[in-house]
Each structure stands twice: as C-alpha cells, then as structure tokens.
Design a protein around this ligand. Sequence first.
Ligand code: NAD
Ligand code: MG
Length: 372
Amino acid sequence: MTDTLIQTLDVALGERSYDIVIGPGLLGSLSQHIETVSPTARIAIITDETVYELHGQAIEQALAGRQTHIIIRPAGEAQKSLANLEDILDSLFRAGFDRSDLLIAFGGGVIGDLAGFAASIYKRGMPFIQVPTTLLSQVDSSVGGKTAINNQFGKNLIGAFYQPQKVVTDTDLLKTLPARQLKAGYAEVLKYGLLGDPAFFDALEAGLGQDILDLDEAALTKAIHVSCATKAKIVAQDEREGGVRALLNLGHTFGHALELEAGYDGDLLHGEAVSVGMEMAFRFAVEQGLCPVADADRVSAHLAATDMPRISDMTHLLHDPAALLKHMGQDKKNESGHLTLILPRKIGETFIEKRADREAVLRFLTQLRDEA
Ligand code: NAD
Ligand code: MG
C-alpha cells in the first residue's frame, strides 16, 4: 500500500460528522479503519453477488478475527425494493444483531442505498460504514446521507437521511469494474468540475480525466477527494435538500428524461444519461443566451476526447420532444408545476433556475431531434 496516496476528508455535519478515507489498498486495512468506530461490535456485511464473487474473500480476510455475518443479494437496481429490505432486516434479526453492532455496505450505490436504509431503521438505527465499490458510489452515493429504495411510484421514494460513521474508499476495487460503469461514474466526477470548480475541470481536461479512466491511482485518489469534498461542502450547507444541494442535479433533469424514455430496464445507465444531460444543459444555456458557446464547446470536446456518451449517441431517444418535456416535468425536484433546471453561466458556475421556460425547452428538444 502506498500510504502517501491515502487521503482523509472530514464531512462536517456537527455531531453527524464522519471521515471519508480514500486511496489504494484500503480494504486490506479495513479492520483498522473500523476500530475507531466500533472496536468490538459484531459486523453485518451487505453485498451483492458480483461484488462478493470478486472481492468477498478479501473483505472476509480483512475482517478475520471479528464476528461477521454476510448477507449476499443479487446485483441490480431491482434490489432496492421493500421486499428485499424486509429480507435483509429479517436476516439481521435472525442473526441477533442489535443497535450497538455495525453494518457494512459493501458494493455500489444500490447496496449503499439499500443497506444504508436498512441501517437507518433497524431497531431505530444502527451504525453503518460504507465501503463503496463503483466509481459512482465512491464519488456520489456514499456521500451525503441519502438512503432509499424504489417502489411502483418511482425511484428513491422511500428512504431516510442517515449518515454513515465512516466511508472507506479503496480505489483498487475499481480495477474489476466494467469500463462502462467506470465511465458512468466519471460523468458525476465531471459534474463537480462543471457545477462549481473551473480549476478542477481544467485539470480533467488537461489529462486528469483520461488518467482516471485509465485507473491511475494518484488521479483516482485526487479526483475522488475533490468530488467528495465538493459534494460534502454542498451537503453541509444543505443537508436535507432545501436549496444549494439542487446544484448537484446538473445534467440530471435532461438525463432523467432520457432515462424515462429509455425505460428503467432500458440500456442506459444513470451516469450515461447524466453525461448527455450535462451536454444538453450547456447547449440549452447557450440557446438561452446564458452561457458562452465556447464553454459548451469545451464540454462537448472533453466528452468526445474521453469517449463519453453524448447527445449524438442518443438520437434514438430524442424522437418525441413533447414526451421528453413531460418526463422532465416529472422530476421530483420540481416545485408546483414549474420546471426547475440547473443551468451554467459558464464552466464552473451554475445556478438553480426554478422557472425554466417550458416552451423554450420544447423548442430546444425539437431542434435536437431535427438535427439528429
Ligand atoms: P450498482 O450498485 O448497481 O453497481 C453497478 C454494477 O456494478 C452492479 O452490477 C454491481 O454488481 C457491479 N459492481 C459493483 N462494484 C463492482 C466492482 N468493484 N467490480 C465489478 N463490478 C462491480 O450501481 P451504482 O452505479 O454504483 O449506483 C447506482 C445506484 O446508486 C442507483 O440505485 C442510484 O439511485 C443510487 N444513487 C444514490 C445516491 C445517493 O445519494 N444516495 C446518489 C447517486 C446514486
Ligand atoms: Mg446522479
């Protein structure tokens, strides 16, 4: 392990504050990292089959000597259901866990959301630690304390704000992640630069972005640290999402419409939709005279250079502009009928437009379809 590469970030949320430790090889020293949280507690590990197959032995080895109980679920978004939540709770009860024990979420955002929510309600709340295994979960879902499951009415509609005691982010885990999942996570990394950190975008553009996609250890550690710090700063200002936290949705309302159009079992990952959605937000802002075209061009050029999903890859989802607009209106962040959009003034500066002009959005979507 290269200790010099390990970085620690304090998420400042008063008595709910916690550390995120980031770097290569951290899984091997997991026991040390949880020592400070819970030296004697029994540990329930919740993971999915894919992660278990690839890294199950490593986590079990890392926790040898501790009392552990492992719960392995199939992989996939469908796991975020009430029925599966109940199975997990039952398994914890059967194994006799109590409130002073510890739960570890070992997987991507699906496991983090599901296990985090289970931890929040098990006997009114038990401590939990995130060990995120996808780039998306390392830069996004493991920070901020949102936990949730889905139901027939939509995604993430049942859940709680519940902070982990610690996040242990081992960048080596990404070595087994399929390239497509890695890119989906990179969209969220890029988002942090675009929404408020122009110097970070400059660095990504100058090669850090490609280094991340090439799994360079130093690049990953740096980028995950910057991403988590940005998210943590925004969350600290707005833990329960009343204001600035909405900036984190840059690219997400356009992206959400594409996701709905593709269907949730369609072949479009969330991060892929966000990548395209950010390009759309910049293009729309240019159309509205809000953002210089040169900035939108730089965003598009970076997406092209890193082979990220772009508007031009989504022509099959653009054929019905009215349907897309309707999908955008279904975003749960919208207030009382108005369309809320996060729009750029330039790279690294965005704002919350709570009354976006629907007609203008429709014209824009129609133009994209006609150009396709
Ligand atoms: P995921 O958890 O489904 O992981 C993607 C796939 O990668 C799965 O098949 C998984 O088994 C596999 N995988 C995980 N780690 C791996 C590894 N190291 N090597 C190989 N394969 C691995 O998806 P995700 O993209 O990590 O997260 C998406 C979920 O996160 C969604 O449910 C979304 O709602 C949620 N989310 C939550 C928040 C939040 O703030 N709570 C934020 C963003 C996203
Ligand atoms: Mg997202």
